[in-house]
Structures are given as structure tokens and as C-alpha cells.
Design a protein around this ligand. Sequence first.
Ligand code: FES
Length: 167
Amino acid sequence: MADDRDRTEQLTDDERKRRSFLRKVMWSSAGLVLAESALAGLALFWPRKVEGFGSTIRAGRIQDFEIGSVTRFRDGKFYLSRLPEGFIALYWKCPHLGCTVPWEPSRGQFACPCHGSIYERTGQNVAGPAPRPLDYMEIQIRGDEIWVNTGAIFERRVHLDEHVTRV
Ligand code: FES
């Protein structure tokens, strides 16, 4: 009789432990789901790292560019033109109908393959149907480094010295 009572008390203790364990598992799972949801929600508001076109891109050091050089930056969709007085970053989109304008080193000009607009290394249009020079982008000089803000693109009616960032 006493053995039966002990077994009953023992079973009750085991049952209590099992229930306690299951409760802990349930609350832990619920906590985990809540934490995951909160992290997913926060991720929506976390600023994403922006690279390439639209961001500010390091072009290189001032001394890396010879005077007269025109360097293509594929990710930023621009050319960095090294002029005697400084730099100009030219958006490679033709202001006529939007074709990508290649640099022609042998001619020392940009020549649009679509309708034949021609631009000087400053971006100034000199022939063809283009209504204005190539647009230019903001340049920032940080120490001896050149950074180009491909999110800051400016139109102009004619090329002016003030469009060149002096170094
Ligand atoms: S798109 Fe370049 S000349 Fe027409």
C-alpha cells in the first residue's frame, strides 16, 4: 500500500517535471519566433550599403591620372577626364536619346554610335544632334583621393570652367 502511494507521488513528480520541461520548450520556441520576427522587421529599416551607380565612388588618387587621360568607370557609368586644370566626371549617357557614348582615344573625342554626336574631352558637344554637352557629376577631393558622386548629375547648356574640379 505504501509502495503504491510512493509510486503515485513519484509519477506525479515525473509528470510535473515533464510539464515544466514542455512549458520551457514552448516559451523558448515562442521567444525564438518573436526574436526572428523582430530582427526581420528591423532589417527592413536598416540602411542598405549602396554601391555602383547612384553612390559615391572612389576613382583613385590624383597622381594616378595623367593630364589628358580619360578613364572609364563601368560601375559608375562615367568617364573621368583629366584636364590640365583639374578633373571632370562625365556621365556617359548621350543627352540626345540616351545611348552610351564611347571614348575614342585615337580621335581624342567621345563619339556617339547612334546618331553621330561628337563631344570633346570636357564633354562639350561639337557635332551631331545632341542638344547640349555631356552631363557631369559632382567630384569630391578627399586628401589626394578623387571621389565621384554618381547620384549628383548636372545638365548644362555649354561647358564652363566652373564645371571642372580644380586640383
Ligand atoms: S543618342 Fe547619341 S546622338 Fe543620338
